[in-house]
Design a protein around this ligand. Sequence first.
Ligand code: GLU
Length: 286
Amino acid sequence: MITRFAPSPTGLLHLGHAYAAWVAAEWARRAGGQFLLRFEDIDHTRVRENFYTAASEDLAWLGFAPDAPPIRQLDRSDAYDQALARLRELRVVYPCFCTRKEIEAEIASMSTAPQGPEGPLYPGTCRQLSPDDQQRFLAAGREPTWRIDAHRAAAKVGRLHFHDGLHGEMQVDPSLLGDAVLARRDIGTSYHLAVVTDDAWQKITHVTRGDDLLPSTHLHRVLQTLLGHPAPLYLHHPLVTDAAGRRLAKRDDARSIRAYRESGLSPTEIRAMLPPLPLCVSETRA
Ligand code: GLU
């Protein structure tokens, strides 16, 4: 049994992170498993070295120190390149040369653009480019992003499911996020490709995270299947919100674990501010 907490070192940990770390650490502890820490730092222009240290210190202070040294996604770019190469061999990804402006214009010109959980999806403009067209873009110096061809991928993987400790058995909708970006132009990978590659590499058996990421899990199950990775169990827990019901953000520095600690609160007092553990965690016996 292996769980993980995977923050991005782009700010101080806040109560939402403390809850996510607690769920993962406590589930592993109760099952006699391992709790790992992974820094999701692929967006390297936004990370700061002091946030890695602060996160490790805050976790240790809260009582959620990981059972092994943390890994950094920035050290793992070869693995992401290999995963993308494999998806290219399988012909389930395609290069996309559209700029954000071009995509917006294309969507605005359509009478009904395909919709995803967070708004319109990529309309598939570059899916049909011929090899000659692709060469012309490359020759003109345009760097592509790589997108999944959701329909081709769906045809390859067949019917998929995942089990969630709170939401139950879920059937995968491979088109939920459309032709999502798997490798960004600027960083050569994406959250989706990196998380699937690393969860498999770290042998994570139980993936716990906020329920804002539930739609992403549909795509992750497709990628795991294409790449030959095992399916973890999932637990998408509610997000911690402020008094007005808004989810906490890194910019709310006043609510950082550090600020609470400096104001004299103890780890136990911080834990008392968090929502209760999901039943599947609190009822686990080793
Ligand atoms: N890095 C993500 C976050 O900070 C977590 C992603 C995951 O657990 O899959 O919310």
